[in-house]
Design a protein around this ligand. Structure first.
Ligand SMILES: [Zn+2]
Length: 195
């Protein structure tokens, strides 16, 4: 996980000059949920559920990480200010109630972020997919892994109600079509990075 992040992080400079200097951090959280996210500032989290249930390859992890990093680079969360304020209010209340500090509060902040700041808008999702696939290609990860990833996601959700993570994202077929086009587009970057 750290290796993948280390390869992706330097590529963020293409989209945001200050990003490589962020205090990047990769966390793996033990949870059955199919979820992953990245906060502005560089705090990345992957739930064990998404890694295990989808049997992710390194390139597929890079595709997800690239996508989540893109949300952070573009500060998509900033446009959801009211939700952020709600999150802050929740944190303050939690802090007062339990008196928790430091690491525990930090974990609570992470949990609140994911429950309160979702869902992302459809435009944000498309943008994060496209930037994410380019980050992965530039880092030397096969961009087509984003396609196989979403095929796995679609299979995982089956005909049933998709998990929350998926319901905040565009329909599988339109997303896979878009990713296929973009994978082709960034293929030369991947070939270059492999050299
Ligand atoms: Zn997203």
């Amino acid at each position: 996980m750290q290796t993948i992040a280390n390869r992706l992080i330097p590529q963020t400079a293409v989209f945001r000059a200050d990003a490589p200097k962020w205090a990047w951090e990769v966390n793996v959280l033990k949870s059955d949920q199919i979820n992953a996210w990245c906060m502005p500032g560089g705090k990345i989290a992957f739930y064990t559920g998404i890694i295990d249930k989808l049997q992710l390859t390194d390139a597929e992890i890079a595709a997800i990480m690239g996508h989540e990093i893109s949300h952070a680079l573009r500060e998509h969360g900033r446009e959801r200010a009211s939700r952020a304020q709600l999150s802050q209010a929740g944190l303050t209340a939690l802090s007062l109630f339990t008196g928790v500090r430091g690491a525990t509060l930090d974990a609570a902040a992470m949990a609140l972020n994911v429950t309160v700041t979702l869902p992302n808008s459809r435009e944000h999702e498309v943008e994060a997919d496209r930037i994410g696939i380019e980050l992965a290609a530039r880092a030397g990860y096969d961009p087509y892994a984003a396609v196989t990833l979403w095929q796995k996601m679609a299979k995982q959700s089956g005909g049933q109600q998709p998990p929350q993570f998926l319901s905040t994202h565009p329909s599988h077929s339109s997303r896979i079509d878009d990713l296929q086009k973009y994978a082709q587009k960034v293929q030369p970057l991947y070939e270059q990075a492999k050299k």
